[in-house]
Design a protein around this ligand. Structure first.
Ligand code: BGC
Length: 376
């Protein structure tokens, strides 16, 4: 072969190789660029997969973010503050710009969010307040005092006569919400304890404070120390059973039970339902978990407080987007986290019982009717 055609072939090959390189480079750019531009630089940390409440939040976050075309990483701390810190550190390494976090333990989460703050990340406390640190930028929450007040009001609305046995239960002392729920419930129940409608049966600390309309945090701590479920079904069941063992038949009959949330309400209701001296019980809850909606339909749980997780999720996402865009974040008030006033966006809650369960939770499309039996 002469030199000329040989050179021509080499040139042709070079052109082919170069153009294929260019094409593939364009191809890569075309697939990755819009993806990275569209990604939300947000990480989410939730307390535990073991409670349906937080699985609801996970589902609603995924639905909302997928619909909006964003990618997100959601990590669970499985009830451990150490795991929670690891989760936050993993998200910092991945370069998130906004962290949405629901702490396992409000005080213990301070160290983790302080690390995030140092890395220049904005921190949104989700549902539960992170306490004793200034490294919290915003808080999205339901009106937790109203949750407790609606629980208390339900018991009051169904009470007739005097000397009615009242059993009190609370959430975990490591969760600031447990105090807010109890504060709300106490504000409604206390006047009805003071006037003799209810008689507290399972907390000497609550009895000692029953003439006080408003309690300090320390006073609430004393009561919660005796009636805490730690947000744990087994703890709730064991505590209810031991309360029932100590109580006499006269302390039973028709009873009124303040249970802090749905998971503990079902455990406590099962314990009271199994006691032959309990002829009827009224028990509160919150979260509108599917299992509790079924309990309400079946007459085994009296009420729940519906907190529309879609609203909280949308508020958190809207807040994150505003932060990423450098826009002003809309808030409705603030919460004291023992160190600073944290600007907050708060959402309303709805009391649900057998009378409105269908209209509020099914007809509204929140749950499908096919998820339940015995719906009228
Ligand atoms: C939440 C409740 C939940 C409870 C237990 C609280 O902080 O507000 O919705 O039932 O924790 O996980």
């Amino acid at each position: 072969m002469s030199k000329k055609p040989q050179r021509l072939i080499s040139v042709l090959i070079a052109v082919l190789v170069l153009s294929s390189m260019l094409l593939s480079a364009c191809g890569t750019a075309a697939t990755t660029a819009p993806a990275t531009e569209g990604k939300l630089a947000v990480g989410i940390v939730l307390p535990t997969k073991d409670e349906p409440r937080w699985v609801q939040d996970e589902t609603r976050f995924k639905d909302a973010l997928t619909a909006a075309g964003y990618d997100v990483e959601i990590l669970f701390s499985q009830g451990s503050s150490a795991k929670e810190k690891e989760n936050v550190e993993a998200l910092i390494t991945k370069g998130v710009k906004v962290l949405i976090i629901c702490p396992q333990d409000g005080d213990a989460a301070a160290a983790a969010v302080e690390e995030a703050r140092k890395a220049g990340i904005k921190v949104i406390s989700y549902d539960r307040l992170i306490t004793s640190t200034d490294a919290v930028d915003y808080y999205v929450t339901f009106d937790s005092v109203a949750v407790g007040a609606k629980q208390g009001q339900y018991l009051v609305d169904h009470a007739s006569g005097t000397g009615l046995p009242l059993y009190l239960y609370a959430g975990a002392a490591s969760d600031n919400n447990a105090f807010l729920f109890f504060e709300g419930a106490w504000s409604v129940l206390q006047p009805k304890i003071a006037d003799g409608t209810f008689v507290i049966k399972n907390s000497s600390e609550a009895v000692a404070l029953q003439d006080k309309a408003t309690l300090t945090r320390d006073e609430m701590s004393k009561i919660i120390g005796q009636i805490t479920t730690n947000w744990d079904f087994n703890t709730a069941k064991n505590l209810a059973e031991s309360n029932l063992t100590v109580a006499t038949a006269a302390d039973k009959g028709e009873v009124f039970i303040l249970a802090p949330n749905d998971g503990t309400a079902r455990a406590i209701a099962d314990a009271f339902g199994a006691d032959k001296d309990v002829t009827k019980y009224y028990v509160t809850g919150q979260d509108a978990e599917k299992a509790s909606v079924q309990y309400i339909i079946d007459g085994k749980q009296s009420m729940t407080v519906f907190k529309d997780v879609r609203t909280l999720v949308n508020d958190a996402i809207a807040m994150a987007v505003s932060l990423l865009k450098g826009e002003t974040v809309a808030t409705t008030g603030s919460y004291d986290n023992k160190k600073i006033q944290v600007p907050a966006k708060q959402s309303e809650v709805i009391a649900v019982d057998a009378a409105n369960v269908k209209s509020v939770l099914i007809d509204s499309g929140y749950y499908a009717a096919s998820d339940f039996t015995g719906l009228e």
